[in-house]
Design a protein around this ligand. Structure first.
Ligand code: CP
Length: 353
């Protein structure tokens, strides 16, 4: 039976509770709820097929390319007896308008108010990937596309990566729990390191890594070239809240050797410095000075036989060397594989509402 629920702006912005639960950010979910998702994901790993989505449908709305997310969501839906419809607005579906009160005389053909309601009448879950437009961070940090889907949809909405990547967070946490053979990651020294990339990339995975690592109570160091590469205050604040609630610690470092020293976990990601957001020509000569942030064998040798991971895709010998990627301590592929299981847990949980 179709449900008609009201939508409230995300809890982490307002302190209000949802009437309908979405999966927009892990910060909106309690720690016991996240632990339950991880437990369910581990169960899906040993028992692949189920009927949690039998007769149900999921819309996968992609504004940006994907290999892992699309494959794992489509297969996950299939393995639970459901059907996934993949849409790429502006390519195989009409371009969508997100501004309220807009006179739609440009390229957009329909408004999110109709799109979300129409999709909700067909499907039981809507998952959305919408990267920043990289013009204004003030604009992109509002996460307007995702929040608009959640506002107008009458079925649960899942974030498949916007300015955070919560599905990647769960896959990462599960891979670490598997590696260390414990669900309790407290006391682990965790380094989130910026790495070089020729293009200025999204901060989503970095925001998410900081969020989940602190949520798990680890001792977290954000390693980046200069203060300009520190993440948005919203995510730094989430991390501080998480430390206060879950233990562990948070520090920012610009010193490679001391950050890697005795680390148990090294997680790498490249991102553009927010003060230059949308002005990447100005940032490029700055970023180009920091190619030595590449994760290599010498840096990993400083760690406590540390495990390495990355969300993928990864440019070899730019972000991390072949030696690091091919090392038995690299769990990036395992983390990617876990996307299937954690997303099944998320979909199965949301569909029960
Ligand atoms: N990590 C990740 O989301 O991969 P894709 O961009 O290939 O989906």
């Amino acid at each position: 039976m179709r449900r008609a629920f009201l939508f409230f702006i995300p809890q982490h912005f307002t302190g209000k509770k949802y009437l309908m639960k979405h999966f927009l950010n892990t910060q909106d979910w309690t720690r016991p709820e996240l632990d339950e998702l991880l437990k369910q994901a581990a169960a899906f790993k040993t028992s692949k097929l189920g009927d949690q989505l039998k007769g149900r449908a999921v819309a996968l709305v992609f504004f940006n390319p994907s290999l892992r997310t699309r494959t794992s969501f489509e297969l996950g839906t299939f393995q639970m007896g459901g059907h996934a419809v993949v849409l790429a607005p502006g390519k195989d579906a009409w371009p969508i308008e997100f501004e309220l009160g807009s006179v739609m005389s440009g390229d957009t053909e329909e408004h999110i108010a109709e799109v979300a309601k129409v999709l909700s009448s067909y499907v039981d879950l809507i998952a959305v990937r919408a990267f920043p437009k990289f013009i204004s961070w003030d604009e992109d940090r509002q996460d307007k596309v995702l929040n608009s889907f959640a506002k107008y949809s009458t079925v649960p909405v899942i974030n498949m990566e916007t300015i955070t990547h919560p599905c990647q967070e769960l896959a990462h946490a599960l891979a670490l729990q598997e590696h260390f053979k414990t669900s309790d990651l407290r006391g682990k020294k965790y380094v989130l390191t910026w790495t070089y990339h020729p293009k200025a990339l999204n901060t989503a995975v970095a925001n998410s890594a900081l969020t989940i690592a602190t949520r798990m109570g680890m001792d977290v160091t954000l390693l980046c070239p200069t203060p300009e590469y520190v993440l948005d205050q919203r995510y730094m604040d989430w991390a501080k809240t998480n430390v206060a609630e879950n233990g562990g610690s948070l520090s920012v470092s610009h010193d490679i050797a001391s950050a890697y020293q005795d680390a148990d976990i090294v997680y790498a990601k490249s991102w553009g410095a927010l003060p230059y957001f949308g002005d990447w020509e100005k940032e490029k000569p700055i970023r180009d000075q920091y190619k030595h942030f590449i994760v290599d064998e010498a840096k990993m040798a400083l760690t406590n036989n540390g495990v390495f991971s990355h969300c993928l895709p990864l440019r070899r010998n730019v972000k991390a060397t072949d030696g690091v990627m091919d090392s038995p301590n690299c769990i990036a592929v395992q983390e990617a594989a876990n996307r299937l299981h954690v997303q099944k847990a998320v979909m199965a949980s949301l569909i029960k509402q």
